[in-house]
Ligand binder design. Structure first.
Ligand code: ADP
Length: 648
């Protein structure tokens, strides 16, 4: 009988296991979308090898025995043109059997499956979308129809090596193997069409192009040239055994002076740390010396990742301490609203033993965080002031809703963030958010000292709202806010450049100081229409807080207003969706006494018909705001009754 428990810890034979569904989907999509980008497999594998060396160096800080007898970390690339193979080896951390199964059989990112299955036909061919994934190791299968991997985790015995193999079609085989040196060796058996990669010039070229910035040497066999022709009677000169030589610069990019680094190198480095396939929008590289010493290299990506709003999505910077990699996703160095920023921070002041918990309380971290936040905001401001406005627009379209979390999260930088915000507005009428608060203020009317905005569920409802009528008449611009977070933004900002934010659908509206003072005051209107107002209030009863007359309407008979201190509609929705029970708040009904329908209502003698009309007036005011009538069926009945009356 085979002891099951020992089998579980160290199985002796080969085992065939299935890939997780997501991996199968990814492999399939990748092979079909990245065919024009094949060469990236080398970058991805070297990137993994470099990460593995980083991790070893980190673990060896507390356990130097992990170095065994080899403390120089390096990556080696070999090829065999005849056999059609490329081999990528590293002496990094390696993997245990369990790690191989977890890392090379599954994808840990949550939401992956939905994302992959949501991609439409065209998107499936779009390499940038698939690239959001950091296809990493799996990109081997773009050029290889069989991949072998031999690995041993540092610290385990030479008998604890693992051999993994797959043709990338749904399954992989895993078995124990002897491995003398620690680390990982990946052998790619190239597809018939991709034999071209097993070539020294091609490989050297790719290493220099994509992996020059890696902080470890990437080595290849020295190139040899044909021996000089033998002279008569002499044996041809023997060539010495070729040694390995370093092909890349082998110096971590951020440690080099800015002036020495080409844009292409910055771009490749971004791809290495972010696993993004697209070029970044911009970057900022800074070395700080003095009381605190650290270097940061921060990037703005061009595209938002699919899981930007997923709480568990990776965020934060790669942290190094004195060049030693400490951790990925160190999220203490930037506020949440800048979670899309990628990059590296390398501090000379932190301890090599720093943990996530310790980072949270460290004064250095706090100081670096506030400096990096300012750097990122400066980088974004620079983009906003770029002569090409499309650049900033592209940034805003991707990350604007996240930036809107800024004023609430970061009160210190509130004004700076406010200057970066963009909104849709009645000035353009477009759904694109492209109006800054400074633009708005620059277009304010004589006598106007407030920033007016309207909120609604969507852009069209905001744009069509009856509340805008008087603003249109007076030529006053109104910001059209339809993101769920917008009320949150205005609540936290309260003002910009001394101008208060005012919701045009809330409270009493006083525009008497702006434009021609030709309208009757609301007090006078209320007085003149007292009887009608009381009659309507009597019919609507509990459904409304107050009924009153208004001069804010020019074309519509009525509108709904939120009372001064009641919660706004968007905020209410967000809070209710998060499960909070909120006290009921009733709308105020404002009527336009000059509208024919309201005049007709005032003249109506038949009480039943008056009630129908008043109810329809109230429900259609809700409809005009993009809301539901209280009882849609009853609303239609009443409306039909009035229509029939009209035609008889
Ligand atoms: P990513 O690098 O984005 O995490 P990959 O699919 O490339 O995704 O790799 C998955 C995981 O497999 C890595 O996070 C790492 O833990 C492990 N891995 C890959 N290559 C190596 C390697 N050369 N040495 C050690 N571990 C590796």
């Amino acid at each position: 009988m085979t002891g099951e428990s020992t089998e579980a810890t160290r199985p002796s034979g080969a085992e065939t296991l299935g890939f997780q569904t997501e991996v199968k989907q990814l492999l399939h999509l990748m092979i079909h979308s990245l065919y024009s980008n094949k060469e990236i497999f080398l970058r991805e594998l070297i990137s993994n090898a470099s990460d593995a060396c980083d991790k070893l160096r980190f673990e060896a800080v507390s356990d130097p025995s992990l170095y065994e007898d080899e403390s120089e970390l390096a990556i080696q690339i070999d090829f065999d043109a005849e056999a059609g193979t490329i081999t990528i080896s590293d002496n990094g951390i390696g993997m245990s059997r369990q790690e191989v199964i977890e890392h090379l059989g599954t994808i840990a990112k949550s939401g992956t499956s939905e994302f992959l299955s949501r991609l439409s036909g065209d998107q499936r061919k779009d390499s940038s979308l698939i690239g959001q994934f950091g296809v990493g190791f799996y990109s081997s299968f773009i050029v290889a129809d069989r991949v072998e991997l031999l690995t041993r985790r540092a610290g385990l015995s030479t008998a604890d090596g693992v051999h993994w193999e797959s043709t990338g079609e749904g399954e992989f085989t895993i078995e124990p193997a002897e491995k003398a040196g620690r680390g990982t060796t990946v052998i790619l058996h190239l597809r018939a069409d991709d034999q071209e990669f097993a070539d020294p010039y091609r490989l050297r070229n790719l290493i220099r192009r994509y992996s020059d910035h890696i902080g470890f040497p990437v080595r290849m066999l020295e190139q040899q040239f044909a021996p000089p022709a033998a002279e008569d009677g002499e044996e041809p000169a023997e060539l010495p055994e070729p040694g390995y030589e370093t092909v890349n610069a082998a110096r971590a990019l951020w440690t080099r002076p800015r002036t020495d680094i080409k844009d292409d190198e910055y771009i490749e480095f971004y791809k290495h740390i972010s696993h993004d396939f697209q070029d970044p929008l911009s970057w900022s590289h800074n070395k700080v010396e003095g009381k605190r010493e650290y270097t940061s290299l921060l990037y703005l990506p061009a595209k938002a990742p699919f899981d930007l709003y997923n709480r568990e999505a990776p965020k934060g910077l790669k942290l190094y301490v004195q060049r030693v990699f400490i951790m990925d996703e160190a999220d203490q160095f930037l506020p949440l609203f800048l979670r899309f920023v990628r990059g590296v921070v390398d501090s000379n002041d932190l301890s090599l033993n720093v943990s996530r918990e310790l980072l949270q309380q460290d004064a250095h971290v706090e100081a670096i965080r506030s400096a990096l936040t300012k750097r990122v905001l400066d980088m974004i401001s620079k983009l906003a002031n770029d002569e090409d406005p499309e650049k900033y627009q592209a940034f805003w379209n991707e990350f604007g809703t996240v930036m809107k979390e800024g004023p609430a999260e970061d009160s210190v930088n509130k004004d700076k963030i406010a200057g970066l915000l963009r909104f849709a507005s009645t000035h353009t009428g477009e759904a694109t958010q492209n109006v800054s608060l400074a633009d708005y203020i620059g277009r304010m009317q004589e006598g106007q000292d407030k920033i007016y905005y309207i909120t609604a569920d969507n852009h069209n409802a905001a744009k069509a709202s009856p509340h805008l009528e008087v603003f249109r008449k007076k030529g006053i611009e109104v910001l059209l806010l339809s993101d769920a977070i917008d009320e949150w933004v205005t609540a936290h900002l309260q003002e910009f450049d001394g101008k208060a934010f005012v919701d045009v659908g809330r409270g009493q509206l006083d525009l008497s100081e702006i434009g021609a003072a030709d309208e009757t005051s609301t007090d006078e209107l209320n007085e003149a229409n007292k009887a009608l107002i009381e009659r309507i209030a009597g019919v609507l009863g509990d459904a409304v807080k107050v009924v009153r007359a208004t001069n804010r309407l020019t074309e519509s008979p009525a509108c709904l207003v939120v009372d001064e201190f009641d919660m706004g509609k968007q905020m209410r929705k967000v809070l209710e969706a998060s499960g909070q029970k909120l006290p009921e708040s009733k709308p105020i009904l404002e009527i336009n006494p000059t509208h024919a329908l309201v005049e007709k209502l005032a003249a109506e003698q038949d009480e039943a018909r008056f009630a129908d009309l008043a109810n329809v007036l109230f429900d259609q005011a809700a409809l005009a705001e993009g809301q539901q009538p209280r009882d849609p069926g009853l609303f239609v009945q009443r409306l039909n009754k009035l229509l029939i009356d009209l035609s008889t």
